[in-house]
Design a binder for this molecule. Structure first.
Ligand code: OSB
Ligand code: MG
Length: 383
């Protein structure tokens, strides 16, 4: 495809409430969206980098600069395709390997333009096998009673899987309060520490699994490979879990950005699962490849979210419909955290999310909402 024009939007979207994790608190969702006009068809892509470089080295404003100054002008030359027959997108991704979220935005926009032109839904393009996926919802750090109140409301709404943020000092009491609550007790409670624990915390982490947590996401800092291997070993040997017939996966999030990372950690016994986020791994097609790889290696896979807009959430739901996602992922509507969103949202009903079946990645954004929440905009046309 020849790209005749691009638009880049730096958006600032209000949150329903602040979202706190061990790496930092998000108070409004600054996020980048790009629009490409490709052979007369339009494609949108989201760069899901967070407002600040807390979770990863990329930030929304930094990605906006990188996209507008470097990547997008390059798209106005020659021809591009997400199918990448001549390797240009792969070359761009390699060159900007430290900026996978910006690369993922470019790929999503190219995919959207191609799929929209041919009338194919993203889910079909990725090889999805399900029309609905179980919903899952994330809860930020807060006082145990506040987390429990929010969680009870979500379970009453139909969510059967909660992913709760923890950090040292905010862990066992939160889990016990959740699992002891009559409404919540039947739900799956996964814990996500964003790497906040160290080698001295292994007993505590094993205790969380034995107490009923259904997964431990990035419990240890990414560099703590030995400690992660020790944790995996301890969980496998836990008599309590064996008696209950439960396995509690140790799911890598921040620690894995490539298939090589997943392999290295799996070879060292330092993970048993991977949270697959298209933004973190450089795009939807890389996410599918990592999914296939996890499946072949018998690793647990879960589809991970980045507090995306409805656009990114549509993409995530299509990805989550692949058959290897055996652990319920971050599949909730963006309205859980966004008080305003230019894109149509996913909807949760009876604890599940319908996989989008329209052509492309997602429907077009509402132009008025888009304009209203755009804080910076750049448009350029091919010369
Ligand atoms: O660690 O999984 C994470 C959001 C932004 C960055 C990192 C993470 C998260 C979440 C929210 O946990 C998951 C979601 O989008 O539903
Ligand atoms: Mg995580």
């Amino acid at each position: 495809m020849e790209i005749s024009a691009f638009d880049a939007h730096l958006l600032d979207l209000p949150l329903v409430e602040p979202f706190a994790a061990s790496h930092g608190t998000t108070t409004s969702r600054t996020v980048v969206a790009i629009r490409l006009v490709a052979d007369g068809s339009v494609g949108w892509g989201e760069c899901s980098a967070l407002p600040a470089a807390t979770y990863s080295p990329e930030s929304a404003a930094g990605s906006y600069r990188l996209l507008t100054e470097r990547m997008l002008p390059e798209l106005l030359t020659g021809s591009w395709s997400a199918a990448d027959p001549d390797g240009r997108l792969a070359e761009l991704g390699g060159r900007w390997g430290q900026a996978p979220m910006a690369v993922a935005a470019v790929e999503m926009a190219l995919l959207d333009a191609e799929l929209t032109a041919s009338g194919v839904p993203l889910a079909n393009r990725l090889g999805a096998e399900r029309a609905r996926v179980p919903a899952g919802v994330s809860l930020g750090l807060d006082r145990p009673d506040a987390v429990v109140e929010r969680a009870a409301g979500l379970v009453a709404e139909g969510y059967r899987r909660l992913k709760v943020k923890i950090q040292p000092g905010h862990d066992r009491a939160v889990l016990d309060a959740l699992l002891g609550h009559p409404t919540i007790a039947g739900a799956e409670v996964q814990l996500d520490a964003n790497g906040a624990y160290g080698v001295a915390d292994i007993d505590l982490l094993v205790g969380l699994a034995e107490a009923g947590a259904s997964a431990l996401e990035q419990p240890l800092a990414p560099a703590e490979v030995e400690a992660a291997a020790r944790l995996v070993e301890r969980l496998a040997a836990s008599p309590g879990l064996a008696v209950a017939g439960r396995t509690v996966p140790v799911v890598a999030d921040e620690a894995v950005t490539t298939i090589d990372d997943a392999d290295t950690l799996a070879d060292r016994g330092a993970l048993t699962g991977v949270s697959i986020k298209p933004a973190r791994v450089g795009g939807l097609l890389a996410a599918r490849t990592l999914h296939d790889h996890c499946r072949a290696r018998d690793l647990t896979a879960t589809a991970g979210g980045m507090l995306e807009t409805g656009l990114g959430r549509h993409a995530l739901a299509a990805l989550a419909a692949l058959p290897g996602f055996d652990l319920t992922g971050d599949l909730s509507p963006a309205a859980r955290w966004l008080a305003a969103d230019p894109w149509p949202d996913l909807t949760m009903a009876d604890g599940s999310i319908e996989v989008p079946s329209g052509p492309g990645v997602a429907p077009e954004p509402d132009p008025e909402l888009l304009a209203h929440h755009t804080v910076e905009h750049e448009r350029r046309e091919r010369r």
